[in-house]
Design a protein around this ligand. Structure first.
Ligand SMILES: [Zn+2]
Length: 331
């Protein structure tokens, strides 16, 4: 019989400690040892911070490593547990999905102890870490083929009280966008599972082609603001500067706001994130490349909206998402 998932150290240890979360071996690979940091300063909220859920989103693991550096000095109370890379196999391969089983870790929660490696990782987190925390910050980014403003994203939550708390903490990150995102692909998400357990789940997102110093500064400032809002760290929360502005807005988007490519080809963006567009404004152009007699196709805004995300110059298949529009949240 396989060993059970376990921690190599006691998370109840006072002050700073480090160790590993061991994900047992299975038919597809050997056991994994995920490095875990813990800072236990007694009374207060318990927070889990995770990065590297998707392997080609490296801002999260970098910011998580930065937190490990400065939290021991800054944390005043409560408990913070950090796992900078929950999917090291995908990070090492720089792929969204886990290379061994081809699965998206963020669609297999709560996982299975006898499943493939992604399911075993989800199972270990669900069993050993999730039950002991109140709040989760899962640090994502939009990866290399999207432009997306620094944002906190959440999905609609049926529990009104949890939805209200989640939006309040999300806005406290003071990132340029807080986005309530309704989409049809939420089964098996870490978010959805954590919500079902009554936890506050904060997902940070960010995109811009490459990992850059300015983007990381904004991302880290947002997470620090979140820690201040939870009372774990003292200090004054401030809006980070993004495009010469210090401000934030709360938006909502749903499946009908996702603009799809009308044919396979190269997508050329014609606007930038946070642009305000009116009905008929040009969002981008799809260039079919298999025949020069095929006209390029304009993709236009169906209604007055704010451009929330746009593909950053990539070959797309037909009916693939190329832009995401949004509007101010009406509550
Ligand atoms: Zn992601």
């Amino acid at each position: 019989m396989n060993e059970a998932p376990h921690l190599t150290f006691d998370l109840d240890t006072t002050d700073v400690s480090t160790g590993h979360l061991v994900v047992p071996k299975g038919a597809d690979c050997e056991a994994l040892s995920l490095p875990v940091f813990s800072c236990n300063r007694g009374e207060g909220p318990t927070l889990l911070i995770t990065g590297g859920n998707h392997g080609n989103e490296l801002e999260g693991p970098i910011v998580a490593r930065r937190l490990v550096e400065w939290l021991p000095e800054a944390q005043k109370c409560g408990r913070i547990i950090i796992v900078p890379e929950i999917n090291p196999l995908a990070v090492q391969a720089w792929t969204r999905n886990t290379p061994i089983d081809g699965k998206n870790l963020n669609r297999v929660f709560p996982g299975r102890s006898d499943g493939s490696v992604s399911e075993r990782i989800a199972d270990a987190i669900s069993r050993l870490l999730l039950p002991m925390v109140d709040t989760i910050f899962d640090l994502h980014s939009f990866g290399p083929t999207w432009n997306f403003p620094p944002a906190v994203i959440t999905h609609p939550i049926a529990d009104v009280d949890l939805m209200t708390k989640t939006l309040r903490i999300s806005e406290a990150f003071k990132l340029p966008v807080t986005l309530l995102w309704e989409h049809n692909d939420t089964a098996g998400m870490f978010d959805t599972w954590a919500h079902s357990q009554g936890k506050i789940f904060i997902c940070t997102e960010f995109g811009g082609g490459t990992v850059g110093a300015e983007a990381l500064t904004i991302y880290e400032a947002g997470v620090r603001n979140g820690l201040i809002a939870l009372g774990l760290v003292e200090g004054k929360a401030e809006y980070p500067t993004f495009r010469q502005q210090k401000s934030g807005q709360t938006l909502e988007t749903n499946p009908s706001d996702q603009l799809k490519s009308p044919a396979p080809g190269i997508f050329e963006p014609r606007c930038s994130v946070l642009d305000e567009v009116k009905q008929g404004d040009l969002i981008g152009i799809l260039h079919p490349m298999d025949s020069l007699s095929a006209d390029s196709i304009d993709i236009c805004a169906p209604t007055t909206s704010i451009v929330c995300g746009i593909r950053s110059g990539v070959y797309v298949q037909g009916n693939e998402e190329v832009a995401s529009l949004a509007r101010p949240l009406a509550l």
